[in-house]
Write a protein that binds this ligand. Structure first.
Ligand code: NIG
Length: 384
């Protein structure tokens, strides 16, 4: 069964072959894109949907979330808005709520956030553990994450739980906890920050994860110049996320590497951190991704459209750069660009993960911020 989507006002493909096509059409067959081109030349298909001049772009690739988590930290958020600084210590509040929740409760919450993200155009999502911090709960979070997310990241090294000896905890994270979680995970991550893990501890966590077959990710330089960015580059991590506090040497290191710098604009607003030097990163040639960082503590949103609008309005990305970062950039941050299971582009033979806007051009995402612009979303060719 093939489906022709036609009368697309503007089709953003992020491919060299097609670029941006106006008055476009495409054909979906067996969950894949079978044809792309001008609407006037579209082939016949079993079914046809007229998009009335709307813009179509790849579904968002949200490469950083903590989807499986419980609790509400609105009070802490209100305190921050009144001037209290964001601290890593708040993580333990989510840990307590998450540990207390049964699997079904966690599933309902994660499923509802995933559905919300999908309704906003997100077709690929990553989810981290990190709110369990004991072997049993970390493994539960990894299993439930795999039910709701395409990519799972093990973040046992989020913080050292209160009352636990650091050395003992590191041995747990790099030993029995890793063994329990690794079969359910794709990446290992570490919060390399004051109040969490220092550079040498982070190195130990990442090296253990790599030895267990996991790819590497780092939460780096969120609250200060933690050394996380330099470590990520040195260990050839796939991405380093946050990047709020960067010295020129950090930007230089990233520019000479394949490590993706992931911007989390909603988190920066919610924690009142200075934005990363996004323009400097892009101008230096760093590969940049944009993600939501959905979690109840530092960024309680699934809206990639909000993140894209913020990156344009506040961080001086062009709309094209922001769209690319929230699709192809996210795919690169998940090792899913140029691979068989690639996402983030609309390419013949590639997955039909599509986001149609109630707007004639994707520019409206920043031009009409805060307006729900998603018209329809398809994942693997299916509208869900
Ligand atoms: O990416 N920065 C560290 N960890 C998470 C959320 C922490 C929290 O619950 O406050 C983040 O922002």
């Amino acid at each position: 069964m093939s489906l022709l989507l036609t009368d697309i006002g503007e089709l953003t493909t992020h491919t060299d072959e097609h670029g941006t096509v106006h008055d476009a059409a495409l054909v979906i067959e067996s969950g894949r894109i079978a044809w792309i081109g001008p609407a006037a030349q579209a082939p016949a298909a079993d079914a046809r949907e007229d998009l009335g001049g709307r813009a179509v772009l790849p579904g968002w690739v949200d490469s950083h979330t903590h989807l499986v988590s419980m609790g509400d930290r609105a009070e802490e958020f209100i305190d921050r808005m009144a001037g209290r600084p964001y601290e890593a210590g708040g993580i333990m509040r989510t840990v307590e709520a998450t540990r207390a929740a049964g699997d079904d409760e966690l599933r309902v919450r994660a499923g509802s956030l995933r559905a919300e993200a999908f309704r906003g155009g997100t077709t690929t999502i990553e989810a981290k553990t990190g709110y369990g911090l004991d072997v049993e709960t970390e493994q539960r979070l990894a299993r439930i994450s795999a039910e709701h997310a395409e990519v799972v990241t093990y973040l046992g090294a989020h913080v050292v739980p209160a009352g636990t000896d650091r050395r003992d905890y590191l041995d747990l994270v790099t030993g029995p906890m890793l063994t329990a979680v690794a079969p359910h995970a794709d990446y290992v991550d570490v919060f390399c920050e004051q109040g969490a893990f220092d550079v040498e501890e982070s190195r130990e966590v990442l090296e253990a994860g790599r030895a267990a077959g996991l790819g590497l990710k780092v939460h780096g330089n969120q609250l200060g110049e933690s050394g996380g960015v330099r470590l990520a580059v040195e260990l050839r991590a796939t991405s380093v996320d946050h990047c709020n506090h960067l010295a020129p040497a950090d930007v230089e290191a990233l520019a000479g590497s394949a490590t993706v710098a992931t911007l989390l604009p909603a988190c920066d607003l919610s924690t009142r951190q200075p934005f990363p030097p996004a323009r400097a990163l892009l101008d230096a040639g760093v590969t940049v991704a944009i993600a939501s960082n959905c979690n109840p503590g530092s960024s309680f949103t699934t809206s990639m459209a909000f993140c894209v609008a913020t990156a344009v309005l506040q961080q001086h990305l062009t709309l094209e750069e922001a769209l690319w970062a929230a699709t192809v950039g996210g795919a690169k941050a998940l090792g899913r660009d140029g691979t068989d299971d690639a996402v983030g582009r609309i390419a013949v033979g590639g997955r039909a993960d599509l986001h149609a806007l109630d707007a004639p051009t994707a520019r409206h995402l920043a031009y009409r911020p805060g307006t729900p612009l998603t018209h329809k979303v398809w994942k693997d060719g299916e509208q869900r």
